[in-house]
Design a protein around this ligand. Structure first.
Ligand SMILES: Nc1ncnc2c1ncn2[C@@H]1O[C@H](COP(=O)(O)OP(=O)(O)OP(=O)(O)O)[C@@H](O)[C@H]1O
Ligand SMILES: [Mg+2]
Length: 503
């Protein structure tokens, strides 16, 4: 249905695509995978007309197409959900769903008609936002689902999803997978980009792998490609298996972070929790359970109305900025607006926070020193990009690695991580995990929330589970597994079984 062939695209000296082709057939979910910077989003942007290739063609039903923009693509039945979300944050949910013209009745925009059309699509994806809420106020996962709903409302024949589940909790990701398969059964052609390879194996019928701007595996049936050979194709070498958290050295006893009876109206009720230096503590819960509020009070983004938060230095965070000066790093997967200055160079981004902590009167470090230091950090995280490049020129996953590098540079005492590896490829993900384990081993305190439960299970020493703003239990040791965690988040903890003398 949609066929791209021989696509070539350079950005300055960088070859993003070097003769890439892919065929999307009606009725299939075709997965596209590859490391950060492999060229996946560039391919999508060319298909949707946002980026012009220097060579190659895109054909729809045998006729060459060159869309001027996403709107023209939509008019011809090609809907795209891009990796960096394109929601209009100041508009309402309903307004966001109909960007190319709202349905009208008698010449007037009809809210009722909008709701009638949107209702079933939102319901299928399990999204139930207040229709007149400003989209900027919604959680990242909801914004992601909203953008997918918008694409579906265009009733496309070709649907392109660039990392649609990178911020979705597991239940929402599962619903989206089911919807995606149903759409393919109805005859849509779906292109599905994801770094969650197990998810790819479940959802897709065929898979294409890009490495360094070239196709290294072309449209093989997923059933014929095992997970291991998929990873090998992506990385060009077999993956190394991550060490489980239990094996990580643990030296608790360093300065702790202590929450005592912390209440944040509407979000947290009398939460007490202490994390020692050296500990990696997960906070888990369904959306609205308050688990993210725990991170927010630690990093000064929310102030308790009662109770106290004590940081390792003995102070309480007074504001987000004050928390930074007290050594708290907040790393979020919601990098748009939170953490990256896209118009600045990589080295300026990376060295930007370490300044805040130093206060005034410190000696101005030499620029060449800062650049060298930044380069080292980029190499460690395997970022594909020059220290002097602007952050906006990086692929999504590489941008996320820069956010991480920036906070490492500040040498924090406490890390508050919220989906820190969102959009990061499997290789770099384990690198980030190693770094987090290393920081804990040095005695830092780590709090982490993640929509990816596997990440919590792999990394954490223990995970506290919240419901309705309260801690309902803790999982650690043998009980810290994905099924147990999922169960606890959804259903809470049953009373521990009483020992019984038989009978
Ligand atoms: N606007 C741009 N200016 C300069 N270089 C760019 C630009 N957009 C992309 N690139 C470069 O092109 C290459 C491919 O990027 P692309 O975004 O397609 O990767 P990707 O496979 O989508 O990665 P990710 O998994 O991180 O999203 C990268 O090296 C990237 O830095
Ligand atoms: Mg991308």
């Amino acid at each position: 249905m949609l066929v791209a062939s021989g696509l070539v695209k350079h950005y300055g000296g960088v070859t993003a695509l070097d003769g890439v082709g892919i065929t999307l057939d009606a009725g299939e979910v075709h997965a596209l995978v590859g490391e950060n910077g492999a060229g996946k989003s560039t391919l999508v942007k060319i298909m949707s007309g946002v980026v012009r290739p220097e060579g190659g063609t895109v054909e729809l039903d045998g006729a060459p197409v060159r869309f001027a923009d996403a709107r023209q693509a939509a008019a011809q039945g090609v809907a795209i959900v891009s990796q960096e979300l394109m929601t209009y944050d100041d508009l309402t949910v309903l307004e966001n769903l109909f960007p190319y013209g709202a349905p009208r009745r008698g010449g007037l925009v009809s809210t009722r008609e909008m709701r009638r059309l949107a209702g079933p699509v939102l319901a299928e994806l399990g999204l139930d936002p207040p229709p007149h809420a400003r989209v900027g106020e919604l959680p990242l996962a909801d914004r992601q689902l909203l953008e997918i709903s918008r694409a579906l409302l265009q009733e496309p024949r070709v649907l392109i999803l660039d990392e649609p589940t990178s911020a979705l909790p597991r239940d929402a990701a599962a619903r989206l997978a089911a919807v995606t398969r149903r759409l393919a059964e109805r005859g849509l052609a779906v292109l599905y980009i994801s770094h969650f390879l197990e998810e790819v194996m479940r959802v897709a019928t065929r898979v294409t792998v890009l490495r360094d701007g070239r196709v290294v595996l072309a449209g093989e049936p997923v059933a014929d490609v095992g997970l291991d050979s998929l990873v090998t194709a992506m990385l060009g070498q077999p993956a190394r298996h991550p060490a489980p958290a239990a094996a990580a050295p643990r030296r608790p006893g360093g300065a702790a972070v202590a929450l005592t009876g912390v209440t944040v109206p509407g979000r947290l009720g009398e939460v007490s929790l202490t994390a020692a230096g050296g500990e990696i503590v997960g906070v888990a819960g369904l959306q609205g359970s308050g688990h993210l509020a725990v991170l927010d009070v630690v990093c000064g983004r929310a102030r308790p109305s009662s109770g106290s938060v004590r940081l390792p230095g003995g102070r309480s965070p007074r504001s987000a900025r004050h928390a930074v000066t007290q050594g708290v790093a907040y790393i979020s997967g919601d990098r748009k607006g939170r953490g990256l200055m896209v118009d600045k160079t990589l080295w300026e981004n990376i060295t930007s926070v370490s300044w805040l902590g130093q206060g005034r009167g410190g000696l101005m470090p030499r620029r060449s020193g800062l650049v060298d230091r930044s380069r080292g950090r980029l190499e460690r995280l395997r970022v594909r990009g020059d220290v002097h490049a602007r952050a906006s020129n990086l692929s999504g996953g590489n941008q996320q690695k820069v956010v991480f590098a920036k906070w490492l540079d500040a040498d924090p005492a406490v890390l508050a991580l919220d989906d820190p590896t969102r959009g990061v490829d499997v290789g770099a993900r384990s690198e980030v995990h190693d770094i987090v384990r290393g920081l804990a081993a040095e005695g830092k305190v780590v709090f982490i929330a993640s929509s990816d439960l596997a990440e919590l299970v792999e990394l954490c020493h223990r995970v506290v589970v919240l419901q309705h703003g309260r801690i309902v239990g803790t999982l650690d040791g043998d009980r810290l597994t994905e099924p147990e965690l999922s169960l606890a988040m959804n259903a809470g903890f049953a009373e521990p079984p009483k020992p019984s003398g038989g009978g």
